[in-house]
Design a binder for this molecule. Structure first.
Ligand code: GAP
Length: 406
């Protein structure tokens, strides 16, 4: 058991160190000793995060006809959080047994005009308070959903485990409005959709477990919650959640839905699939992290699916001091691939072996090398990250070749 723990600690250390070294994730305010529970995202971290969020939006908003996007303010009228129950109930116990409300309180405006507000602890309320606006603007029929991606803030008593528990993080949430009689059907349906998405972004499904959350552990608004847990190196803990929020929020905000055809007034019930962006990324990195031996050397690599990899391909001239190779690499390979895929980099630093190791750690699925044969036959080598195998591909067919693999 002890050995296993050491192994797991080592794994987290390796991940944290790789994320820093390769420009994914840095400690927040690091040069001032950091600020607990905050992280800053480097170039490849932002790319990974954008890919995860875009993939989510594509599946759950653009890919459907019953979903309406929203991007609400982080600062909301303080009344929202009173009515939602967060002022009274969004607390964690301190050691002395007292309750500590984890919302960040702030003042909006100056002097006597100032009012108390909070940095939102969930994006969900931004959707509930825009329920009427959305219904009036789009006239959706039930069931339909609202979706939002954005920052959330919680003054966690003990932020820990890298990006797992932070004070500032991001959520991707859906509020799905349905008739009360259909809630069980849509609860099951969204469970399936959530599992499908996890698989699509490359989360290791063997490490995902469902937990039926007992009543005493559920949030104040939920009548049923399933947590999707993940086997992190620091234990089996929450990844995402699925809650049946009943009509709790709409009712408290005094909102209702009018069925224009039936002339019927009612308060819809809500199924809420919620995804933490940062936990999605941690689980994706942990699922992708692999070690093996290549050419007699130990290597670590991130086996990202091409749809979420920060870089799809890296372009390298075999030797950086041969202008004819550099020129060819830049104009005939890099430029068209960059225009087509965007997530393409030019890498001529160090020898080829070093470039491969670097790209393996970033999780780049394809490394393309321009060598002397290229100059005479217009072919390049394409190296596969996972197998290390190389094949020669015609430059004119490169885009098609890569498109077929992603
Ligand atoms: N609107 C429902 C809601 O906020 P939650 O379970 O409290 O539910 C949703 O949070 C998701 O947000 C979690 O499943 C997790 O992925 C993520 N999350 C929550 N607190 C977090 C924190 N302190 N740091 C990083 N992610 C967090």
């Amino acid at each position: 058991m002890k050995e296993k723990n050491t192994e797991n600690n080592d794994l987290m250390e390796k991940i944290v160190s790789l994320c820093k070294r390769r420009g994914f994730i840095f400690q927040g305010s690091e040069i001032y000793g950091g600020l607990a529970g905050t992280y800053d995202w480097g170039h490849f971290g932002v790319a990974l995060k954008n890919n995860i969020k875009q993939n989510w939006w594509k599946k759950f908003v653009d890919g459907r006809r019953d979903m309406y996007g929203i991007d609400a303010s982080i600062l909301m009228n303080g009344k929202v959080w009173e009515v939602s129950g967060h002022v009274a109930g969004f607390s964690d116990p301190l050691e002395n047994g007292k309750q500590f409300n984890v919302m960040f309180k702030t003042q909006v405006g100056a002097g006597e005009e100032a009012t108390t507000s909070y940095l939102r602890p969930e994006t969900a309320q931004g959707m509930f308070v825009n329920f009427k606006n959305t219904v009036d603007a789009f006239h959706p029929k039930l069931p339909f959903g609202m979706a939002q991606i954005g920052k959330a803030f919680r003054n966690e008593i003990a932020p820990r485990d890298f990006i797992f528990r932070q004070r500032e993080f991001e959520q991707m949430e859906i509020e799905y409005f349905t008739r009360e009689s259909d809630w069980e059907k849509y609860f099951e349906y969204w469970k399936g959709e959530m599992l499908d998405w996890m698989e699509e972004v490359g989360i290791d499904m063997a490490k995902v477990h469902e937990l039926e959350v007992p009543k005493e552990d559920r949030a104040h608004y939920s009548s049923r919650t399933i947590d999707f847990e993940f086997d992190y190196p620091f234990g089996k803990k929450e990844l995402f959640g699925l809650a049946y929020r009943t009509d709790f929020d709409l009712k408290n905000h005094k909102l209702e839905y009018v069925d224009e055809e039936e002339g019927e007034k009612m308060v819809p019930h809500v199924i809420e699939p919620t995804f933490g962006v940062d936990r999605a990324i941690l689980a994706t990195i942990l699922s992708a992290y692999s070690e093996d031996e290549k050419d007699g050397e130990a290597r670590a690599y991130l086996k990202f699916k091409p749809n979420i990899a920060p870089v799809i391909c890296a372009i390298s001239p075999l030797l950086k001091n041969k202008p004819e190779l550099v020129e060819y690499a830049n104009t005939k390979v890099y430029a068209p691939l960059k225009a087509e895929f965007g997530r393409v980099i030019f890498d001529d630093n160090g020898n080829i072996g070093k470039r491969y190791r670097r790209q393996d750690e970033i999780g780049t699925p394809f490394c393309i090398v321009i060598d002397f044969d290229t100059l005479s036959d217009d072919t390049v080598t394409v190296r596969n990250r996972d197998t290390g195998e190389q094949e020669r591909v015609k430059v004119a067919e490169l885009i098609k070749f890569i498109k077929n693999k992603i």
